[in-house]
Design a protein around this ligand. Sequence first.
Ligand SMILES: [Ca+2]
Ligand SMILES: [Ca+2]
Length: 130
Amino acid sequence: MKGKWLLMAVAAILCASMAYAVVAVEASKDKAEKTEKVQKADKPDKAEIRKRREAEFAEIDANKDGKVSKDEFVNYYIRRQKERYEQLFKSKDKDGDGALTVDEFAVFVPIKTDRPPRPERVKPAPTKAD
Ligand SMILES: [Ca+2]
Ligand SMILES: [Ca+2]
């Protein structure tokens, strides 16, 4: 009689753990599917990428001749860099007076004090190949 109860208890434990395993696997599948859906939603398709590239190209092509000259290319990226640095400057100019104090600048360009200064680089002696 005792053996029957023990057998039933073992069977119940096995059933419970199998059910738990099935639920865990299903939850894991759901999570993977949701992650995949989110990634697909965030990732633009090829047509969208092409559209963005053409829009950026049109922005760079200042004289609208359908080609990007070296000057147009350089001017575009300099302008973008300038805009980024202007935004950075603005974010560091805490009192908004159009200039950085030493304290505002110190936050902007922290100096690492935890490391010793870098030793001067010693150039290797020229070899016969040089
Ligand atoms: Ca052009
Ligand atoms: Ca300031």
